[in-house]
Design a protein around this ligand. Structure first.
Ligand code: ATP
Ligand code: CA
Ligand code: CA
Length: 432
């Protein structure tokens, strides 16, 4: 894969932060997983627990390399959410904590958030602003209910909400979520779509310099792209999108995007793996050179996964006297099979393109609604005012949540039309 970012090792400026995050996650997740399952109560949504770590270890916490404090939010709720999203508890811990290797994507957006990939590339840790943290806590009951009623929701899957307080006092809020893009496939094109056109353009020169840079709405339109899903899948997709957007509207959230990653089966995986941290999951070696005939999901070999799961389970057992829960006994490949039942991840971790006639297309789409924790607050209102003075009101990006959602849906309706359908529509408009 190409988008690997920089590896966070001991020499990295954010090594201590990353180490503290992972140490904290390991501790709080094992702690909650060790408890007997029970029903959620309203108090679970508000719960927060504080732990402090130091070199010697405390009554509650094991020793760590650095001094820091860690806060865990709504652990029961996130445990339930991880189960709803079909994550295996042992697998989750293994990905995030078996070795302290992450890669950092720096700060790809304007917001100043940092992104870290777990070593196997399955999870993303995103540092978030305090306002986003507050929002997620506030909406957690609604979000939870939505996931419960919409197992195929396209909204970001949140697996944990935490805060680390560094020894020198800085507080960093972060979430753990799904990486929409698969570890085993090259993503040839990425689009971040909002349904707005103002400022939604990646300069084509920049794309020449970095062919994998994330493109935006205008780049999509300029390429006359279509999300070819065929009538049936299109209906499923749009129906889910409408439900998701109506939740975001109700919660007065905006600024979210549809992230679209496109894997071109004709091109296959051309790039050699550059990141050693990922090679753990590529026991087959160099099949990346295979120009597209390779349609198999390349997951770790069953043996390797089973061995790692067993090792982790043993470690967990050693660490705590309490027996770990039943579900942890599942093998990672069974989990992968379960995820296959989620509609938009059912074709090799994504959603296979389909032509109007039902024939399978040459692309796999990886889709999701991301960056959905921005409240329509004072900042946005101010921005709305200032930008409103100089641009067409409908086109500016920071419009109120209701309109934001409508414009978003309208755009997605447009881009999910097949080429043929779009042409027919154009024809009939021309004839009018
Ligand atoms: P801004 O607020 O300026 O838009 P941000 O820091 O909030 O930026 P996001 O919009 O969440 O960042 O994401 C920035 C980019 O990171 C996305 O365009 C996408 O390329 C990548 N990204 C974000 N979330 C995911 C995800 N779940 N899976 C894969 N890639 C992601
Ligand atoms: Ca964004
Ligand atoms: Ca953002």
């Amino acid at each position: 894969r190409v988008i690997v970012g920089t590896k966070v090792d001991q020499n990295h400026v954010n090594w201590v932060t990353a180490y503290n995050m992972l140490t904290g996650i390991r501790f709080v997740v094992s702690r909650i997983n060790a408890k007997m399952d029970r029903e959620l109560t309203p108090a679970d949504f508000e719960a927060k627990h504080k732990f402090s770590f130091d070199i010697t270890g405390k009554e509650l916490t094991p020793s760590a390399k650095y001094d820091f404090k860690f806060k865990d939010y709504a652990p029961w709720v996130f445990r339930r959410l991880r189960a709803k999203f079909k994550l295996d508890p042992a697998d989750y811990l293994m990905s995030l904590t078996s070795k302290y290797i992450l890669s950092e994507l720096g700060s790809p957006g304007k917001s100043g958030s940092f992104f870290y990939f777990s070593r196997d590339y399955k999870y993303i840790i995103k540092t978030i602003h305090h306002s986003e943290h507050k929002l997620l806590r506030k909406i957690l009951p609604d979000y939870y209910k939505h996931v419960e009623n919409n197992p195929n929701t396209l909204i970001s899957q949140f697996y944990g909400l935490h805060r680390v307080k560094m020894a020198y006092g800085r507080k960093i809020h972060f979430v753990v979520m799904n990486n929409l893009f698969p570890p085993h496939r090259d993503i040839h094109q990425t689009f971040d779509l909002k349904g707005s056109t103002v400022g939604r353009d990646l300069r084509e020169e920049d794309l020449e310099r970095n062919p994998r840079a994330t493109m935006k709405d205008l780049n999509w339109l300029r390429r006359n792209r279509h999300l070819e899903e065929g009538p049936m899948k299109r209906e499923i997709f749009m129906a889910q999108l409408r439900r998701d957007v109506s939740l975001l509207q109700r919660l007065k959230i905006m600024d979210y995007s549809l992230l679209v990653g496109i894997h071109d089966l004709g091109r296959g995986n051309e790039e050699k793996l550059r990141d050693k941290t990922l090679q753990v999951f590529q026991p087959g070696g160099d099949r990346d050179d295979d120009p597209g005939t390779n349609l198999l999901i390349r997951t770790p070999s069953k043996l390797e996964s089973a061995r790692k799961a067993r090792e982790l389970r043993l470690t967990l057992k050693r660490e705590r006297p309490v027996p770990i829960q039943q579900t942890a006994a599942k093998m990672p490949d069974e989990i992968l099979d379960e995820r296959k039942n989620l509609v938009f991840y059912s074709d090799d971790g994504g959603f296979r393109a389909t032509h109007e006639n039902g024939q399978a297309g040459e692309e796999i789409y990886y889709l999701g609604i991301i960056d959905c924790l921005t409240p329509y607050g004072i900042v946005k209102k101010a921005e709305h005012f200032w930008k409103g003075l100089s641009h067409n009101r409908n086109q500016i990006s920071p419009i109120p949540p209701q309109q934001y959602g409508e414009r978003f849906i309208q755009f997605m309706e447009g881009i999910t039309m097949s080429k043929e359908e779009a042409e027919r529509l154009q024809q009939s408009r021309a004839n009018e």
